[in-house]
Design a binder for this molecule. Structure first.
Ligand code: CA
Length: 223
């Protein structure tokens, strides 16, 4: 899952990037409204964290513009604690949720998990396909109850496929959603990671659909 953080406070921006990277997300970052708008308009993010008070262009106008251009990614806005009117304006502009500053990082992580869960149509943090189970809250993966140790890239790949289980996901889509913009992207590495993943989980769970991509689990109802 790939996220965009638009926050002009350098310390807060850094803390958000650190916490969300640690939680297993690919993270891109912007420090002003122009740059944030551009990235959100051109890159396929799974969710965006958007501060409202930004230099060059305020968060509300950025958000309105994305929605006008039919950009549908879930957006979590950051508002000042005592500005209830900001929350209303933000939600009316197309925000999916808000967190008031100052906040606990755990709250951001929980709200991001909820947004990702909802946008991919899942009710719970725990997802199952056959004997495979992934908990997005703890980043724990088990097969028939036994823990599986994955690298961060393997986890990201599996989490994306689990969120989109039962659907064929192309290699291009995986590259776009697993790596941040600074990563040296090469769709061949996806094949390598799928190969490694298949050695750690029952290999037949990830199906290669020739010419199209990969599919985890063959029916969304399976879990
Ligand atoms: Ca700000």
């Amino acid at each position: 899952m790939r996220l965009l953080i638009v926050e002009d406070d350098p310390d807060l921006n850094r803390q958000l990037v650190a916490a969300l990277s640690d939680a297993g997300y690919a993270v891109d970052t912007a420090f002003d409204g122009e740059e944030g708008h551009f990235l959100g308009d051109t890159e396929p993010y799974d969710a965006v964290i958007l501060d409202l008070g930004l230099p060059q262009r305020d968060g509300i106008s950025v958000l309105e513009n994305w929605r006008r251009d039919n950009r549908k990614m879930p957006v979590l806005i950051l508002t000042a604690r005592d500005r209830w009117s900001d929350k209303v304006a933000g939600i009316d502009a197309g925000a999916d949720d808000y967190v008031a500053k100052p906040f606990h990082m755990e709250e951001i992580l929980a709200r991001v998990r909820a947004l990702l869960r909802r946008s991919s149509g899942h009710a719970k943090n725990e997802m199952e396909v056959g004997p495979l189970r992934l908990d997005t809250k703890t980043s724990r993966v088990t097969v028939s109850g036994a823990p599986v140790k994955l690298t961060s890239h393997e986890y990201r790949l599996l989490a994306y496929l689990m969120h989109h289980r039962g659907r064929v996901v192309s290699r291009t889509e995986l590259v776009e959603h697993l790596y941040d913009q600074d990563f040296d992207r090469d769709s061949n590495t996806i094949e390598v990671f799928v190969g490694r993943l298949r050695k750690k989980i029952p290999a037949d769970l990830i199906e290669t659909v020739r010419g199209l991509g990969y599919c985890l689990g063959n029916s969304p109802d399976e879990a």
